[in-house]
Design a protein around this ligand. Sequence first.
Ligand SMILES: *Cc1c(COP(=O)(O)O)cnc(C)c1O
Length: 423
Amino acid sequence: MSRFPGQPYFDYRGDQLYVEELPLADLAREYGTPLFVYSKASMLAALGAYQRGFGDRNAKIHYAMKANSSLAILQVFAQAGCGFDIVSGGELERALAAGAKGSDIVFSGVGKTRAEMKRALEVGIACFNVESEPELEVLSEVATSAGKEAAVSLRVNPNVDPKTHPYISTGLKGNKFGVAHDRVLHAYQRAAQLPGLRVVGIDCHIGSQITDVGPYLDTVDRMLDLVQAVETAGIPIHHIDFGGGLGISYHGEQPPQADALWAQLLAKIDARGFGSRTLMIEPGRSLVGNAGVCVSEVLYLKPGETKNFCIVDAAMNDLPRPAMYQAYHAILPVRTRDDMPHTYDVVGPVCESGDWIGHTRELAVNPGDYVAVMSAGAYCMSMASNYNTRGRAAEVLVDGTKAHLIRERETPAQQMLREKLVP
Ligand SMILES: *Cc1c(COP(=O)(O)O)cnc(C)c1O
């Protein structure tokens, strides 16, 4: 067993940190740093826990691809039978390029454009997860003028507190997401009247990095109450989509395992008589977060008056979560040393005080050593930017003893490709 609870596919052998059967240091030397490294076995194990959880139920898993939308990552999930939850026209094209069929895709998001709706109808997506009444009207117009019928679910706001960071809580009153609880019936009645729409389901998503079962149990109750109310009004609901949000272990959190969580939720769903419905979920972070690390080189050790800094070549443009949400990522030496550790703030080269990766970390490292920023598979590469004209990192997918370069490092020329000087 690995000593990292969430990341069993990453562990030390002797003084070397390995991913599956390969030393991370070898990958860093071959492909350069900063480098994202993913374990395919870890991704499939995470998906497998959900698939086991649902057994032979009538259920469909749509990977919320905004967590990590690199093509090869999507390809692994598509080949394992997973569908996709998208939030933009760009993600639609990525999912298709990775081998998904339109019918494997559901489309979430509060601000879908007419062009995005039209394209999604063209490729025959499974469902639009509509977030407001005005969006229903626009989708009806777009579908009618394209001569198509749009399958519609309403994203409802169950007003459940997921007890997570306010920036990643989405199912409370006052969030921009979903149809307010007391408008749901009205919105379904409108959807049922509008031409070009076919009501098929109901969905929600209450937040992210949820580590308790409680908020999910509350959500199940609220959702099933709503299904009953809508069906009593004569509008059948064929599928119930509970969204994503299950947390991972970054720093000692102990979220439920996906199969254990779903055993509890399914018991409740069965007890209320909804066990034979089509059930859907949209996990993101919990499928990829602990399948990836970011390997970075130590550039300088800089003693300060009150703090020592460990300056590495990865930065907030590669790893935005600490700057955005004060998030914690473990930082480990890729090769351990016997030297005395020192306390460092681990920071990147970007010209912002917000550019930190970890505060007060004990590390025994020298310049030229590599460190691994752990649990970096979700909401890192997909949020990476070119701030400070830094090229986005390369990515490698490891499968046992094999490493596949799945994204080349971005060059300055590629960053400037679409820019023009004035005459
Ligand atoms: C982001 C998102 C998800 C996935 O959330 P995770 O916390 O990564 O599991 C699922 N559904 C919707 C609508 C989302 O916006």
